[in-house]
Ligand binder design. Structure first.
Ligand SMILES: Nc1ncnc2c1ncn2[C@@H]1O[C@H](COP(=O)(O)OP(=O)(O)O)[C@@H](O)[C@H]1O
Ligand SMILES: [Mg+2]
Length: 234
């Protein structure tokens, strides 16, 4: 169980805090969805949870253990927005082995199988994969480290409808085993598989019933967030 207690992130260079007293709980095998407009602090929150930035005040706990940035780096797996832009390997095998040259063939096969890429030759170039397959490979890169928490920044951004469906059905599978925290500027189809939802505005987190996002509200605005029809975000 992940607990955030009154998390504040206020770098010296900013006038106001970027994250303002954020508290949330996320159980194992749950998918939490945070929806907020561009600049609301979504990526910053994931960076703090991945141990890449340290909160100013407040606590991050897993069960009853408080986690410092170095343990978060070990225990959380962050998939950045547009992860395919950061691929460095020439082959799937190279991409998965980056930083883990000792990885066994079994672990590699099992990570690829869990994202539905088990059928591809390990010599395949990541750049030759479809958009949906590239996102799945980026997830496999994190799964191989066996994180307790998967953090996903805009996992469906820039994908067409069928690729988005691929990613959504994969996340549905992954949440059977992991805790997933997803941030997005629009709920889209993600709300249907979310167990918990929040909106984030100017760094303030507010719980919202996932069902509110599931209504056919095209052209209508759920208070405090952007929904279908809003501008796309890079
Ligand atoms: N290290 C930092 N120093 C100063 N400002 C930052 C820093 N990181 C993010 N910001 C600012 O914090 C706000 C939230 O950014 P971000 O987390 O990227 O939002 P989102 O992912 O929701 O679009 C933005 O106004 C951004 O410019
Ligand atoms: Mg962002």
């Amino acid at each position: 169980m992940l607990y955030l207690k009154d998390l504040v992130y206020h770098p010296a260079v900013t006038h106001t805090a970027i994250l303002k007293s954020i508290s949330l709980e996320l159980a194992p095998q749950q998918l939490g969805l945070i929806v907020g407009p561009s600049g609301s602090g979504k990526s910053t929150l994931l960076e703090v949870l991945a141990g890449l930035a340290r909160q100013t005040t407040g606590k991050i706990l897993w069960r009853d253990q408080e986690l410092a940035p170095d343990s978060l780096q070990q225990l959380a797996g962050l998939v950045f927005q547009f992860p395919e832009r950061h691929f460095c390997g020439h082959t799937i095998l190279e991409e998965l082995r980056l930083g883990h040259p000792e990885l066994s063939k079994e672990k590699i096969d099992s990570a690829l199988a869990s994202v539905g890429l088990g059928h591809l030759p390990l010599s395949t170039a990541p750049r030759s994969l479809s958009g949906g397959q590239q996102r799945r490979l980026a997830l496999a890169v994190q799964l191989i480290r066996q994180p307790f928490l998967l953090l996903l920044d805009e996992p469906t951004a820039g994908l067409d409808w069928s690729m988005r469906k691929q990613v959504i059905s994969l996340l549905t599978e992954l949440k059977k085993e992991w805790s997933l925290l997803v941030v997005s500027h629009e709920p889209g189809e993600m709300a249907a598989i979310a167990d918990r939802c929040w909106t984030l505005n100017y760094g303030k987190l507010t719980p919202i019933d996932p069902a509110l996002f599931n209504q056919p509200v095209l052209g209508q605005t759920v208070p405090g967030t952007t929904i279908s029809g809003s501008k796309s975000e890079e």
